[in-house]
Design a binder for this molecule. Structure first.
Ligand SMILES: Cc1cc2nc3c(=O)[nH]c(=O)nc-3n(C[C@H](O)[C@H](O)[C@H](O)COP(=O)(O)OP(=O)(O)OC[C@H]3O[C@@H](n4cnc5c(N)ncnc54)[C@H](O)[C@@H]3O)c2cc1C
Length: 553
């Protein structure tokens, strides 16, 4: 992006080309160095220019409009312009005969000044006025926003998903609610109504109406299609295990591609603070760890594709082909399955209907700001629920952890139980489950059940976060890769002495599945440790075994 849209604009509109050029010339001479001077010859053309500036994240400091213009007169133009740039200072250019109209406009469009034509000499009649208006404008809220903008409704599930998608992929964005004036101004600039949100505006000013993840990824600079036809290593899943595999694979010279369904970072990417990862005595946020790992993978030349879901695995001789949800496929010599686990759904009635509208799975980070001064409930008794509780307690009025077990001792790390105990606005309710979730368009209340007595209580809340464990989504490997009774992938010694369909005269390597050249790492592996460090370690170890496999084919 150039710095053009960042320089605030002075926009002038006059239907007489001669006058229009003259005023633009005078403005450029005095203000051109620090401002963009934009000239239009009709109200419509000027409004279109304003929309483009708005969508690109630019600012308009001053608007000068001729009063007498055919079609849209200057007052009408300034009225529309206010919807897009509320803080721009407004000047009407009038002839002496139109002074009355200009005075009336002071009330209609909150006019800042009317300037009588001609304005010669500008040093006396034009520049002092503009100087004063620019100084006044600088004192208002007018920050340029060059990054991606998302306009949506806080109770729209898709708006929530898009915010989370961008956040988890480390794409900087600014959120605007449709309730805010600036949100409405952006919708006006995009020419879309409230009904079509969420609307995403890219840094180049492109408007995406209710985009899906794949379209969005492509427009905000995330790679979505492979650059090569064949790879040494295809890594499926972009959590710690997958990123670990990609870093080690690419750094050791393997042509490596990583395929991620949603966003790199996996579960770890959603953690507010990982305290037990080696080398970070003060803890590290999942987002930080992910950003660094992703940059490291890219530095070594690994391709990282997002919004690409693996849906099938085919074995054709020594080639392994991974089919993707968009109908394309990627082929390679070896595959590492690093698909982790996905959140288990809370079975309480009414819960599924309100997902994204007050009910969230694991999205404590992106929702934290909206929890300010709210009573927030968290379901779950493991570390992920505890971390979310600690994090949200900085924003919310109160945080209540709902735990089915009689204590946290068995499910949560000692250090976290201590932390929670020391935070005044966190309450832990043990032996409690969510029986029902209520709300028409968004979450309004919960019915909680005491598991000892069976008594119920209804509590008002608009925020429920759920962290109740996770399951591997490995159904797509049916008939190809062997798994245990819970769907976790079996590897090495866990396959038993005589693995089903194993074709080679050696036994599978430690992290190798029942298909030669297809390895597994991280949480998706049967009996894995479910920790960031072990996932990263297994990712690295799987690459070592990939080398051993490649030496022999
Ligand atoms: C909130 C939270 C806090 C945590 N805190 C800690 C902590 O403090 N310390 C600790 O050690 N551990 C912690 N954990 C656990 C830790 O994050 C996991 O053990 C670790 O992330 C596992 O890494 P993984 O790469 O195996 O799987 P995941 O992190 O689950 O990543 C798997 C990735 O694969 C992708 N994927 C799945 N299916 C497909 C497909 N078909 N095609 C393409 N991509 C696919 C997913 O979208 C996901 O990005 C926490 C977990 C959570 C949820």
């Amino acid at each position: 992006m150039t710095d053009e849209p960042i320089r605030p604009a002075i926009v002038t509109v006059d239907d007489d080309p001669g006058v229009s050029r003259a005023i633009a010339r005078d403005l450029r001479r005095q203000y051109g160095e620090n401002h963009r001077i934009v000239r239009a010859e009709s109200g419509e053309a000027a409004l279109e220019a304003l929309r483009q500036i708005k969508l690109r994240g630019g600012q308009v400091a001053v608007l000068l409009a001729d009063y007498r213009m055919p079609g849209m007169n200057g007052i009408e133009f300034l009225e529309h312009a206010m919807d897009i740039f509320k803080y721009a200072k407004r000047v009407l250019l009038t002839a002496y005969a139109d002074t009355d109209a200009a005075i009336r406009a002071i009330n209609v469009v909150d006019l800042d000044y009317y300037l009588l034509k001609p304005w010669d000499p500008p040093e006396e009649k034009l520049y002092p006025v503009i100087d004063e208006l620019l100084a006044a404008w600088r004192r208002t809220e007018h920050k340029a926003v060059p990054e991606t903008k998302v306009v949506g409704h806080r109770w729209s599930a898709r708006s929530t998903q898009i915010r989370e998608f961008l956040a988890r992929n480390q794409v900087p964005y600014r959120w605007y609610s449709t309730d805010e004036a600036e949100g409405q101004a952006l919708l006006a600039a995009a020419n879309t109504g409230d009904q079509l949100v969420p609307v995403v505006i890219t840094p180049d000013g492109e408007v995406l109406v209710q985009p899906d993840d794949h379209e969005l990824a492509g427009k905000v600079g995330l790679a979505t299609t492979p650059a090569q036809e064949f790879y040494d290593l295809i890594v499926i899943g972009g959590g710690p295990a997958g990123l670990g595999s990609a870093v080690y694979g690419a750094s050791e010279g393997l042509r490596t591609v990583l395929v991620e369904k949603t966003a790199t970072g996996g579960q770890a990417g959603q953690s507010s603070r990982i305290e037990n990862y080696l080398g970070f005595p003060d803890g590290v946020s999942g987002a930080q760890l992910t950003t660094r790992a992703r940059a490291q993978a890219a530095k070594f030349g690994a391709e990282v594709l997002t919004t690409c879901e693996a849906t099938d695995l085919e074995i054709n001789g020594s080639a392994r082909t991974v089919k993707l949800s968009d109908g394309t496929a990627i082929a390679g010599h070896t595959v590492i399955l690093a698909t982790g686990v996905a959140y288990r759904q809370l079975p309480a009635s009414g819960c599924a209907e309100l997902q994204g509208c007050g009910v969230y799975y694991g999205s404590a980070l992106t929702q934290a700001e909206d929890c300010r001064d709210q009573d927030v409930y968290i379901v779950g008794g493991a570390n992920s629920a505890g971390q979310a509780g600690v994090y949200l307690s900085r924003y919310a009025k109160s945080v209540t952890l709902l735990v089915r077990a009689p204590s946290l001792a068995k499910s949560m790390s000692f250090y976290l139980i201590q932390q929670i105990g020391a935070i005044e606005n966190i309450d832990v309710r043990t032996c409690t489950e969510v029986a029902q979730v209520h709300g028409a368009e968004y979450l309004e209340s919960l019915t909680l059940r005491d598991m000892n007595t069976g008594t119920t209580e209804t509590v008002s809340t608009s925020r429920l976060f759920i962290f109740i464990g996770a399951a591997p989504l490995t159904g797509w490997l049916d008939g190809v890769v062997a798994r245990d009774e819970h769907g976790f992938v079996l590897a090495g010694p866990d396959l038993g002495g005589d693995p089903d369909g194993w074709p080679l005269d050696r036994m599978p390597y430690h992290l190798e599945t029942n298909v030669p050249g297809v390895f597994v790492a991280g949480d998706v592996r049967s009996d894995s440790a479910k920790r960031v460090a072990s996932a990263v370690g297994e990712g690295a170890m799987a690459v070592m075994l990939v080398h051993r496999y490649l030496e022999k084919i």
